[in-house]
Design a protein around this ligand. Structure first.
Ligand code: FAD
Length: 385
């Protein structure tokens, strides 16, 4: 029977980052199993690629403080590009409540050691981007080291480095079960035959709950459709712009190629494995786009280029990281709720630390364990995009 020290289920950006961090820490016998014919067909290939440290809670900020410098030095470390573009994130507040929320977050971010974040007055934002309708913008917050990466390149870079250093990737192979003897993991069952192993990491993205059921674990991770609309080439807004977030309704956009990528999380969306793009979304998002950026009234859009993908949502919008209670050797890296690309480097380090040494100094990992739901220790992050 094939054997492996550690089996990773799912070859998206999270599985790939964990494979990289494990091999970089000297654990070479790692097997990544991906059911699709190519990596990136899950959420990773659908992502907007935004990376930011502007969060409200210490644990999210800590994960970004590891991940963003990691992306900044990705090519130097791994010899592969990830296309990190530090163009920033600009949050635009349209009332005093939002501004006070940004001020509180700013104080927390500075306290945690974030250096490049600053608060802006409404007139400063108006001067930076006169193309915005800014009559109601009372101020904002901007961090210049936030920005975007190419998730597909980052995922490939992680996996290529890991494979060059001993890890193995099986594509076209689905994991269909996990067996235990006594209380220990014994093997994973796959469409290519069983693999004997003592350690398994669930990196199955939006499908993570079904993988957790193999070992009787009830994982509160649900798929939620998100849709993105790219524009055709458009030059009436600067391509050096950051991710700009309209806090009045959550509409946000960033430059992409010679046009712009538009996003808005429809509050009417319901959970489920829906990956079809709903044509009715175009009008909804363009209305919000033109309201905040009047020149976007003429933004050319080809609906055939728009797409939908799945967020992996948890009840508190925070990931679930660490060993599953009652199943030693079964690790979880799930439920990123829209932040799996930006937090993939930190997740790789945290999981690699927990698997190899049982602890990590990057975060207080007990905050993100699965037991928090049963113990009513949910975290509330309101800065979810
Ligand atoms: C529209 C959209 C925009 C987004 N924007 C951002 C953003 O700006 N910034 C950000 O940080 N995040 C963003 N996200 C979220 C981010 O894309 C995800 O959190 C991240 O990609 C999760 O990575 P993953 O590796 O856990 O999951 P995935 O990429 O989904 O990978 C999981 C893999 O597991 C495989 N798999 C599942 N079950 C099995 C099985 N039984 N056997 C073998 N393989 C299996 C799947 O085929 C899949 O390839 C966005 C997501 C969407 C949909």
């Amino acid at each position: 029977m094939q054997t492996s020290d550690i089996v990773i289920i799912g070859g998206g950006i999270v599985g790939s980052s964990i494979a990289y961090h494990l091999t970089a820490n000297g654990c070479r016998d790692v097997l990544v199993i991906e059911r699709e014919s190519a990596q990136g067909k899950g959420s990773t290939g659908k992502s907007m690629g935004g990376v930011r440290a502007q969060f409200s809670t210490p644990v999210s900020i800590q994960m970004s403080l590891y991940s963003i410098p990691f992306y900044a030095s990705f090519e130097e470390r791994l010899g592969h590009p990830c296309d990190y573009r530090p163009q920033g994130y600009l949050f635009c507040a349209t009332n005093e409540n939002q501004m006070s929320y940004l001020r509180t977050n700013y104080a927390q971010q500075i306290k945690m050691g974030l250096k490049d974040v600053r608060l802006l007055r409404g007139d400063e934002i108006r001067r930076m981007f006169p193309q915005l309708r800014a009559d109601d913008i009372v101020g904002g917050s901007f961090c210049s080291t936030d920005g975007f990466v190419d998730p597909y390149s980052a995922m490939n870079g992680f996996m290529a480095w890991a494979a060059d250093h001993g890890a193995t990737l099986w594509k076209n192979t689905a994991v269909t079960g996990v067996t235990c003897d006594a209380s220990e993991i014994a093997s994973v069952e796959t469409t290519r035959g069983p693999v004997s192993t003592r350690k398994v990491v669930n990196c199955a993205g939006a499908w993570a709950a079904s993988v957790a059921r193999f070992v009787g674990v009830n994982l509160p991770v649900e798929p939620l459709r998100r849709m993105l609309v790219p524009s055709e080439p458009f030059d009436e807004f600067p391509h050096t712009a950051p991710m700009i977030v309209d806090m009045s309704n959550g509409f946000h956009f960033r430059p992409e190629a010679r046009g712009f990528l538009l996003a808005w999380n429809d509050p009417e969306e319901t959970t489920g494995f829906k990956t079809d793009f709903d044509a009715g979304f175009i009008e909804k998002i363009l209305t919000r786009a033109a309201d905040r950026v009047p020149c976007f009234a003429g933004l050319p859009v080809n609906p055939k280029r728009a797409w939908a993908g799945l967020y992996e949502m948890t009840p508190d919008h925070y990931p679930i990281l660490g060993e599953a209670p009652g199943v030693p050797g079964f690790f979880l890296a799930n439920g990123f709720s829209g932040h799996g690309v930006m937090h993939a480097p930190a997740t790789g380090k945290i999981l690699s630390d927990l698997i190899l040494t049982g602890q990590t100094d990057l975060i207080d990992s007990s905050l993100l364990n699965l037991s928090r739901f049963a113990e009513n220790r949910l975290i509330h992050e309101t800065a979810v995009l």
